[in-house]
Design a protein around this ligand. Sequence first.
Ligand SMILES: Nc1ncnc2c1ncn2[C@@H]1O[C@H](COP(=O)(O)OP(=O)(O)OP(=O)(O)O)[C@@H](O)[C@H]1O
Ligand SMILES: [Mg+2]
Length: 208
Amino acid sequence: MILDDVSFTVDRGESVAVVGPSGSGKSTLAAIVATLLRPQSGTVRIDGTDVLTLRSSRLAAFRRATIGVIFQQAELVPTMTAVENVALPAMLDGLDRAAAERRARELLDEVQLGETDTPAGDLSGGEAQRVGIARALVGSPALVVADEPTASLDGRTKSVVADLLYSRLEAHGAGLLIVSHDPEVASRADRVLRLEDRRLTAQLAEVH
Ligand SMILES: Nc1ncnc2c1ncn2[C@@H]1O[C@H](COP(=O)(O)OP(=O)(O)OP(=O)(O)O)[C@@H](O)[C@H]1O
Ligand SMILES: [Mg+2]
């Protein structure tokens, strides 16, 4: 068993960080909450839906409409521009190209990306992660799950991307579950959950 007796809630507009040593199960937890991994037992309820009851085709649509995911690397399509990368999930969800690209440009403006028409493969790590944040928000999700979103960035870039992530998520009223081994990044969350030996060992309230 990878995780045992882990129970918590993330409200809309709230940020919750998950910290803990390597191998403690943080990425496993993030993948379960993002509906990318199915636990052997337990319940995952997102925006009122018990997601483990959904079949795979409905789950994919539910995920696009309700959950945004951000990984350590932005995982963009390198040959597509930033705008096209952000617009893609919206188009998969049925929006026409013009409307999807308009929405993508608004979100890229919010994360202050100037290079909107550059192929994503030519962007710096920090720029790519800004695109990742915009893409996670394009479906107006209830929840964004971010697994080590700043771990490949350093210094000032890390801090700027963390600021953007927290501030944009709050502005859009989405919940944020963020895994980070970086105390500076994790401590900005409203609450910090600690995983140890694959169990939730402490729930530290952070007052801002
Ligand atoms: N599909 C799997 N089947 C069995 N064991 C797995 C599977 N995926 C991960 N594990 C194991 O579960 C444990 C938790 O892994 P996980 O990747 O969630 O840790 P983590 O806290 O994210 O670590 P890190 O900080 O290094 O990223 C590890 O011991 C890992 O080897
Ligand atoms: Mg991990």
